[in-house]
Design a protein. Sequence first.
Length: 257
Amino acid sequence: MELVRLERRGAVAILTLDRPDALNALDRATLEALRARAAQLAEDAALRAVVVTGEGRAFAAGADIAEMRGLTPTQAESFSRLGHEAFAALESLAVPTIAAVNGYALGGGCELACACDWIYASEKARFGQPEVNLGILPGFGGTSRLVRRVGIGWARELVLTGAPIKADEALRIGLANRVFAPEALMEGALATAQTIAEKGPVAVAQAKRLLLEGQDADGRVANALEQATFGLVFSTRDREEGMTAFLEKRDPAFEGR
Ligand code: CAA
């Protein structure tokens, strides 16, 4: 059985966490499988977008509590590092990633969603960082990425109370970009992924990189990086094709170079 399934729909990949009996709880094996899938996708030159979702009624209900229970402090640190490595591998993919949150996204599940470029939520989704209920704290990015997504006030409320929120609240605070009826979620995420797949791939990848790296950089450095990258994409055939197609009033045929 594969803990993280990979399916290809044309230029779009779907990654599905597949441990539904444990609500896709993230144990070491699942995190290792996720890290391996991200490495596999990083090598895929024809890939244009990724949708991440969960099998069954959860996206992921967090790190695996049964496995964590016996950990020593050193083992817990190593477990946290593994989660960070897996999520960073996903976050740093050149192509955009969309979290299609079908159900519970709690603890490590909410952190996984935040490692994706943005989140689409089912009306059934529940988000939260319930670690304090267990006497622990977030270990896969809940004190870092979540802050960037929702701002410090909401990150504090979520992490320090452990209380979950529903999809409409997640939408209101900017954690989710859109909310869908449960049966429309994957269709919505795949439609957006397909839209991305039709754009200039080098431009999309470079813009994604700037949006990711720019948020940690000093403002002047981020602006300088944007200027340099703006110049760089003028060396691609795709920008020649994109501009020519616009002026010739036809659809562009991008090649990704
Ligand atoms: N770890 C291990 N197993 C889990 C799990 C988790 N995080 N979440 C659910 N499961 C298992 C349950 O133990 C149960 O297994 P059995 O059938 O073998 O008993 C199965 O999944 C179904 O779960 P429930 O029976 O509890 O389902 P429910 O509908 O009654 O409740 C829920 C759903 C509210 C999500 C509840 O399962 C729950 O609260 N789960 C834990 C959520 C949580 O605390 N997550 C944070 C983990 S810590 C973390 O993530 C740290 C970090 O940042 C790295």
